[in-house]
Design a protein around this ligand. Structure first.
Ligand code: PLP
Length: 261
């Protein structure tokens, strides 16, 4: 029997003790999509269905050592970054990823759905100047667009202006997640020339914890599987929509999307 190695995908992000978002959502997504998932942990959150009770950053040398271990021996076909917490960690990760020859999906995580901050305010500038320039695609939601660019989107017509403002910070592609606008949810993907709009059905389900992490790691997984960017995003959106439709209650707050439906 010949045993072949699946595509290799790395997440660099924060751990969610409740298992719904962060590293845990990333690895579940990667397993579901048939790639080998690897994890560099940048921060550890104490978290449940009610929110983030606290978080602790790992020392930059611990993050750099994890990156070196994975990249020095195993290699990667795609990388996803999530919660990086501090300017030093953003800088460390950006510096290493600048030398990596694989697509980098940057989810510029700012706050959780509960409103808990997952990025120090002084790190926003480092995300703009160091991390976004090494991104193949950045996947901000509308709140993160405003945090990064100052652009406020009121309706679907504002999505392209938001995307152009994000592209000006250096990623090759911008995927603006318009899910918080009223009406049918629309996301916009552009590289400045080509533009793609993705619509999805809105589910009346409050158990949505981990959607952003799941989308970004699904995009990284499909890129590693050989899809081009528009197709990777389309398939990742379908995956998240399915996971969201099956989000389940957990604890007494907001439950996670489901990867095992
Ligand atoms: N916890 C961690 C470690 C995360 O990385 C994220 C989002 O990226 C969250 C929590 C927030 O997840 P949500 O906004 O889906 O609740």
């Amino acid at each position: 029997m010949t045993v072949s190695t699946p595509p290799l995908v790395l997440t660099v992000a924060g751990s969610d003790s409740g298992g719904g978002a962060g590293i845990q959502a990333d690895l579940k997504t990667m397993l579901a999509l048939g790639v080998h998932g690897m994890s560099v942990i940048a921060a550890v959150t104490a978290q449940n269905s009610l929110g983030v009770q606290g978080y602790w950053e790992l020392p930059p040398e611990a993050v750099r050592a994890q990156l070196n271990s994975v990249l020095g021996d195993i290699g990667v076909h795609a990388v996803k970054t999530g919660m990086l917490a501090s300017p030093t960690l953003v800088e460390t990760v950006a510096e290493v990823l600048a030398e990596v020859d694989a697509p980098v999906v940057v989810d510029p995580v700012g706050v959780s759905k509960h409103g808990d901050s997952l990025l120090a305010p002084e790190a926003v500038d480092t995300v703009k100047t160091r991390l976004l320039p090494v991104a193949t695609v950045a996947t901000p939601n509308l709140w993160e667009v405003t945090q990064l660019t100052g652009v406020k989107v009121e309706d679907e017509r504002g999505l392209r202006r938001a995307a152009d403002a994000v592209l000006a910070l250096g990623p090759r592609w911008a995927l603006i997640k318009g899910g918080h606008l009223s009406g049918e949810p629309v996301d916009l993907l552009t590289d400045g020339d080509r533009e793609f709009r993705f619509t999805a059905q809105r589910y009346d389900n409050r158990h949505t914890h981990g959607t952003g992490c799941t989308l970004a790691s699904a995009i990284a997984s499909y890129l590693a599987l050989g899809e081009d960017m528009p197709e990777a995003v389309r398939k990742a959106k379908d995956y998240v929509t399915g996971a969201l439709a099956h989000g389940f209650p957990l604890g007494s707050g907001i439950g996670p999307v489901d990867h095992a439906w």
